[in-house]
Structure formats: C-alpha cells, structure tokens
Design a protein around this ligand. Sequence first.
Ligand SMILES: Cc1cc2nc3c(=O)[nH]c(=O)nc-3n(C[C@H](O)[C@H](O)[C@H](O)COP(=O)(O)OP(=O)(O)OC[C@H]3O[C@@H](n4cnc5c(N)ncnc54)[C@H](O)[C@@H]3O)c2cc1C
Length: 415
Amino acid sequence: MIEHYPFGHAPMTSRAVSFWLHSQDLTFQSESALPPQADVVVIGGGITGICTAYWLSQLGIRPVVLERGHLSCGATGRNGGHCVFGANQSFKASVEDIGLEETLAVWDFTEQSSQLLQEVTHRHSIDCDLRFNRLVAFAMTPAQAQAIQDNCDVMRSHGLEATYWTQAEVYQQTQCSAFLAAGVKPHHGQLWPAQLVVGLAKAAQHQAHIHTQVEVQAVTRQGKDLHITTNQGQIQTQAVVYATNALAYHLLPNLKEVIIPVRGQVVATAPTAPLFDFDWLLNDGYEYAIQRQDGRIIFGGMRWKSPTKEVGIEDDTTLNPSVSEGLKAFLRDTFTPLRDIAIEYEWTGIMGFTADENPIVGELPNRPGEYISAGYTGHGMALAIAAGKAIAERITGSAQTPIPKAFRPERFGLG
Ligand SMILES: Cc1cc2nc3c(=O)[nH]c(=O)nc-3n(C[C@H](O)[C@H](O)[C@H](O)COP(=O)(O)OP(=O)(O)OC[C@H]3O[C@@H](n4cnc5c(N)ncnc54)[C@H](O)[C@@H]3O)c2cc1C
C-alpha cells in the first residue's frame, strides 16, 4: 500500500511553521507494510537517514528507512539553510583542540560534502536552491574582532583563504555601523534542505523502502541479529544506522550526556530587495543569516536570550517569546532597509550538541553492525552527505571515504 501525502504524511499543524516545510512540491510516497527482515535499517528520515539510504542504494543494498513523523520533520526541516564548510569551531580553535592534521581532515570532509552535494543534485536534477557564496563572520565586540583577526592570520599561515575587514570596510559593504570588523571565507553554501531530502529519497526509492509514521521503540541484540521493535511491528536485520540526531539517547541511553538537545529558533522575512551578497554569522556563530534568491532573509539564533540557552529542550512545537523578540528587533534595528520588514515564518528545531562540537560518525564500540551519525552541533548540512556515504561504505565493506578521527565514537568512551 502507498500513502500519498507531502513528505509521506501531512505535516503536523500544531507546530510553528517552518518556511522550509510550508509548501512547494515536497510530495513523497511512503510505503506502509513493514517487511519482516531488511539488509539494513536506517532510523530517521532527515538528511542523515536519507543520505545514508541513498548511498546504500547506490551500492546495491535495499535499506529500510523508519521515520516516526514525516521526512525532514526534525532539524533538517527546521534549520537556517547554511552549509558551513570547515570545522564547527574557528580554524584556530580547532587546531588548538585537535591539531592541524585533524583540523584539515575535518575541512576536507566538508569540502567532500560540497562536491557530493553538487554531484548528486546535478545527477538527479534536484532543485534545492543550492548555491555558493562568501561567508562573513561579523564582530560585535573588540574581543570578537581580535579573535577574528587572529583566526584569519592562522588560516592564511596554513595556505587557506581568509580576509579581514576593518570597521570601515564592513561599513562600506553593509552600510551598517553595528559591526566592528569581519572575517570573510570564500566558500560557503546555502540550500533548501527538505527539497534535497525529498529529491534523494525519490532517487533512492528503486532500492530503498521508506516508511514514515513508524517509530522505533527499541533495538535489541541476539548474537549478530538485531531486532528493531516499532509501533507497527518488528524487523530483523544485521545492520542498523541511528540517524536520530538530538534524540539518539532515546534508543541509546549511554548517549544521554554525550549528545545534548539544544533548541534553536529561526525567522523568515517577507521577500525584500537584495541586501547582502554574502551569507553571514555573528557572535561566534550564535546568530546566522542567509538572504535567499527570492529575497527572503532567514535569520536564526539568539538562544542566549533564554536563561537556559534552550539547552535540554526537545519541544519544537512552541516558540520562545524572548528569543522571538530578540531576532525581530535585531533585524529591524540593525539594518535600516529592514526597519519595517514583515516576519512571515518563525519556528524552532532541535540540534544535537557534543562537548567538542564534532559529530559522532561510525560504528559504535562493542556493538558490531550498529552505526551512528549524529551530534553535528548545528552544522549537519555540510557533514551529513559525506557521513552517510562513509557509513554506507563501511556497512558494505567498500570504505573509501575517510572519517576524521575527531568524529570517532570511541572518543567519548562509549561501549
Ligand atoms: C534552528 C536550527 C538551525 C540550524 N541551522 C543550521 C544551518 O544553518 N546549517 C547547518 O548545517 N545545520 C543547521 N542546523 C543543524 C541541522 O539542521 C542538523 O545538523 C541536521 O538537520 C541533522 O540532520 P539529521 O537527519 O541527523 O537529524 P534530523 O533532521 O533531526 O532527523 C532525525 C529524524 O529522526 C527521527 N527519529 C528520531 N527518533 C526516532 C525513532 N525512535 N524512530 C523513528 N524516527 C525517529 C526524527 O523524527 C527526525 O526526523 C540547525 C538546526 C536547528 C534546529
């Protein structure tokens, strides 16, 4: 039986509406009868789960994807639309924490994602508004300006391109006096994540069985066999991929203190005249914005307005009014042309944070056949497609894509 709904199911109407999920042709046909067995079970129908299923399909495997809601109903359909190539931390901070070699491995991994995004969207004619731009990181304080200058110096000393803008140069570019300085990276991307997911799901469907509205309740082991218990029956497999982002600990309790749910909030303005020919961040990435080709500005962050910084919150059906006010006031007060801008969409979503800001990608220690890719700390768009490929290759024994050591599950002593 086949259901015909956008994303495989009607979007939940009680949620604050994400611009990315609001309309367009996101129709996807979900299968309903679960098979008793599967080569591989992928849990989660966001960018990680669908990319992994796509690469498994390319390698001749027939994965079963189980998604408790509809495709992209988690962070993938509720984010800021940036593809940040490079480490989550600044280059300098990453070199200090994990060393130059590993930092470059992380950068290569995200550059590979950039290549893969271009290849798969071209190969399957997926129109997900993927485009590349400069990324400008603005400084609001002298300390941030100094940190940006130091980071640019370190990047350049290792042959990477980075430009420092003084306050006068920032003003020239933005006509805005709120920023003290900026760092500019030449390679950055923006995209419509839910469009990518639906496109890849359709491209994988000749091999993959994608089931929405199926919640996995437990994964239990008997020797090499894994039993996946769901609200619609059981499936037996020998390989499972946890693509469950911030909720990973629900099925893997030992991740409770390792991947922490953190709620982010985002607004989308009405379309407006072109204001920025770059994507931007400020406050060390706490705030982030893109202007889409349709003129809308997607602006997120300000969770520091909440006493908890929204840490530990898993509810993406409500908005935080203080964060909401902060986001709107910043846009209207900082940029003169946005003084009266209408906000047409506003939503929240749940990120999965790790202590070192790197994701967890690979086979879980002492759990053969159980793989995870999660904990992207708010940066999954430039990681998930290469991570999905790396995991699919390891499941099929055809590994080509190196996983940076900084992403290994072992570093958190799991097992
Ligand atoms: C507000 C916000 C802004 C962000 N901005 C950016 C950005 O600009 N750039 C960027 O790169 N990243 C950003 N991110 C992070 C990015 O969205 C995530 O890293 C990425 O979407 C993670 O994808 P995923 O597929 O791993 O997780 P998700 O998209 O969360 O998917 C996990 C899926 O698993 C399903 N699931 C969970 N448990 C079960 C279960 N037991 N059974 C069945 N299904 C289950 C969920 O329903 C969900 O659909 C942002 C995130 C948020 C919330």
